[in-house]
Design a protein around this ligand. Structure first.
Ligand code: NAP
Ligand code: MG
Length: 452
């Protein structure tokens, strides 16, 4: 029995397109195709694989406007963000296009012969993508996977399949051979789960909620299947009184409300040193009220709608705590919510502890450095965070003290394709991006060659 899904534009609630879903039999067919394609893709000369990835990157760049428009329509991302996301796919492909020719092994001194290591590809890689950043999160998996000589089966989120489907077509246009990069729209419980249970899928790359990630980890244990998890977050924006408070406050809305707060790196906790609270809140209120929530097609938009009615209802359920102030949002059709600043009663409040994944931030004060670190670490999550101070020693001490994977000092940006990204604690397992990501798409093989 095959099903399909009506993709909804979250800006106006109209149906964009009906997308057919794969069932288990169709999923198995594509996995078999990808396994067959692996036998040739892994043997393609490194320089040729590099050339094909550069070509894929260029084709994505040539279609950046089209891809961005698809994402604006499917996901309500602002025009500025959607273009950045398409470019991030092209950049990530270009970065890993340098890898096939540099996938060095070692020569290790041993008695009686020569010992060398190889970084062998794994086979078929299953990538499961959430709806919040459909393009970049897909590329952080498929670019290094393909570069290392693997083939890919990619399942986009049910809500947001359109850019992934188009990227599959663009790969073919760029000359990537048939069967190497496959996009499989469908349900998580069917297509995604099949990646976990199918023995020919040798690794799962999952980005999404911590609860589904745990189920996938359990499922992968059965075949000792390799696994990377990028899960939820509850990250802190820690602002010391010695910081440039006006600058920290001006940047704080973007640090949490970007992509309508549907960002695993959202700094949804603001920790402000008590002596600077009043000054910060004055500047912050001005910045929140200036944050433009409007039609994401407009070049001026800072934020669009939430992805779905379901997500809207989840986020709205957090708004029963004391509100400091709110921004504005359009009314009428679409899943619009104004940016909202909460003042939770204490650190046990739901808004302080749970990932909200919407345009809501909670503000609390701290006395000193030790308390700031303790409050930031009081979470099961550990993904990102920001530290604002002019004191370099303090910046270093707090950076080392906060248990998260991607921190920024006097900045709110945590993702660069050059550098590793991933979580501590229940925010994930393994790292994506940067020079080391290739290690998680290869197995080390050791070969000893006797002198005899
Ligand atoms: P989700 O429900 O966990 O879904 C993520 C993906 O997994 C979707 O493609 C989903 O398919 C699929 N899926 C669902 N159940 C599955 C199962 N049993 N087996 C295999 N696949 C399954 O998460 P979401 O609601 O899309 O995204 C929001 C969450 O993702 C937030 O918690 C957020 O923090 C987290 N996230 C983390 C990062 C990071 O890098 N750390 C990045 C983005 C998002 P369907 O669409 O069909 O349900
Ligand atoms: Mg879900």
């Amino acid at each position: 029995m095959s099903t399909s899904y009506d993709v909804i534009n979250p800006t106006n609630e109209t149906i964009v397109k009906n997308v057919p879903h794969l069932d288990i039999a169709a999923t198995d067919d594509v996995i078999a195709t990808a396994a067959k394609a692996f036998t040739t893709w892994r043997t393609i000369a490194p320089g040729e694989r590099a050339r094909l990835l550069r070509s894929f990157s260029q084709v994505v760049t040539d279609h950046r406007e089209e891809l961005a428009l698809l994402e604006i329509t499917n996901s309500g991302h602002t025009r500025g963000n959607a273009l950045w996301e398409a470019d991030n796919v092209a950049n990530t492909l270009m970065y890993y296009a340098a890898a096939p020719e540099r996938l060095f092994g070692r020569q290790i001194p041993v008695p009686g012969g020569v010992d060398i290591t190889f970084k062998e590809p794994l086979g078929v890689i299953g990538i499961i993508v959430p709806w919040n950043f459909p393009m970049p999160i897909a590329a952080w998996g498929f670019a290094p996977a393909l570069a290392a000589g693997n083939t890919v089966v990619l399942k986009p989120a049910e809500y947001t399949p359109l850019t992934a489907i188009r990227l599959g077509e663009l790969a073919l246009l760029a000359g990537i051979p048939e069967g190497v990069f496959n996009v499989l729209p469908g349900k998580g419980s069917i297509v995604g789960n099949r990646f976990v249970t199918h023995p020919l899928v040798r690794k799962v790359v999952f980005t999404g909620s911590t609860s589904v990630g745990k189920q996938i980890m359990v499922g992968c244990a059965d075949q000792v299947k390799r696994l990377t998890l990028e899960l939820g977050g509850k990250s802190s924006n820690i602002i010391f009184a010695d910081a440039d408070i006006a600058k920290a406050a001006a940047g704080a809305p973007g640090a949490v409300f970007d992509n309508a707060g549907q960002d695993c790196c959202a700094r949804s906790r603001i920790l402000i040193q008590k002596s600077a609270f009043d000054t910060f809140m004055e500047h912050f209120e001005v910045a929140v009220k200036k944050f433009r929530v409007e039609d994401p097609n407009l070049a001026t938009a800072d934020m669009g709608p939430l992805i779905s009615k379901k997500q809207f209802d989840v986020v709205e359920s957090f708004l029963d705590e004391p509100i400091a102030f709110q921004g504005s949002a359009p009314t009428g059709p679409g899943y619009w919510m104004p940016p909202t600043v909460l003042l939770p009663k204490n650190t046990q409040s739901r808004s302080w502890r749970e990932e909200i994944f919407g345009p809501v931030v909670s503000v609390m004060t701290f006395e000193d450095e030790a308390e700031a670190i303790e409050m930031a670490n009081d979470s099961e999550y550990g993904l990102s965070g920001s530290i604002w101070t002019r004191d370099i020693g303090r910046a270093l001490r707090v950076s080392r003290g906060v248990d998260t994977g991607a921190l920024s000092v006097n900045s709110n940006s945590s993702v660069r394709f050059w550098t590793p990204f991933g979580g501590f604690k229940q925010s994930g397992l393994g790292r994506e991006l940067g020079p080391d990501a290739l290690d998680s798409f290869t197995e080390v093989k050791n070969v000893f060659i006797s002198n005899d």
